[in-house]
Design a protein around this ligand. Sequence first.
Ligand SMILES: Cc1ncc(COP(=O)(O)O)c(C=O)c1O
Length: 402
Amino acid sequence: MLTANSLSIWQYLSAFPAMLAGRRHHRAALRIELAQLFEVEVGRIVLFDSGRAALAALLRLHGVQAGDEVIVPAFTCVVVPNQVPPTGAVLRFVDVGQGSLHFDWLALDAAITPRTRVVVVPHNFGIACEVPTWLREKHRQVRFVDDAAHGFASRCDGQWLGTYHDGAFFSFEYSKNLSGGIGGMALLPAGSALPATALPEVPCRDEWRLAATLKAHLLGARWPLLGRFAMAAVRRLGMVYRSGDGEVRDGEPHPPRAMPLLSAVLLRRQLPTLAAAIAHKQQLAARYQRALAALPQLQQWPAPAGTHWVRYPFALPFAVADKAALARRLSAASGLNIGVWFDDVIHPAGSCRHGYAAGSAPHGERLAASVLNLPMNIALPADVRLERKLARLVAALRTELK
Ligand SMILES: Cc1ncc(COP(=O)(O)O)c(C=O)c1O
């Protein structure tokens, strides 16, 4: 999968000498720069090794404990529900809306009980939404926490995603809006603070694995064949960095760690070019939207003008038995890297179900069986070659739709 969406090869290479300034320097500087971007106090920015660790911290901040309920969307990544059982709270899945990638507010209202303490609000693919005021006022005991893992620096009605509810968590993993290899951040609600704890550091060997894996992603986004060779070599050397099997398969919670030095430097490198990266992705989205509109059977979703897309989603009008195979066929036909997020209500397929009852979230299940997505990457020019690839994609989709 084509990732490292906003990272240039130069930014990657220049990160290594900059690492000499050390972890404390770069993390402190990154927090200041992020606080300036979001126009919040520095104390509200807390860095972690992952978005999931930031979510766990927010659940602690909001005092989630045994006897409470936490609602998560039934169209999400397994590492989100994974963070709930360790708090002792009951995990509940609530379906996404029929025509949206986030909650149907009336259905969410009906699902909230007096025991509900936190609702994790999805902003899938970077499309930011806002919980209606009436819903927040009706359920004053509930804290609405944004899952902004797909929408770093997305905006909704001119507001930065993550600043207008009760805190947010962001991800800087390879495939997200900004790539740190791994990395996460909590944006705390105004006036709150987390106890200052020294988190364990990511071992040095893992930082090298991150660097090796990222390099293969960067090459793959520019020269697919070279990228494949590079990834095969990284795999052979045992240098691929990815989520632990225990977390994905067995739903184990994540032991939180500090943001790696490499990630902090890479993120600092990407911030000055963020506006240009977002503008480029918005151009790609506009081209995708236009091209796919030739097939009105496909579902597309409206998005605020300030969306920082992580991938561009579209859905087929029927359930696809093997989405991965279809994505491979469409990728081969078009030359575009077609993705399958999410391939299950609890992504990835085969991961821990956390007691999810099949059939209880029909819209999430329909999406999981029908959504594909297109790449967002600064290395993908929005030019005439892209138009040709899109024309081939539309032709291939037309055949699939027959
Ligand atoms: C919707 C969503 N939320 C949260 C996360 C967790 O982010 P991280 O991998 O940084 O823990 C992911 C990760 O892929 C995700 O897709």
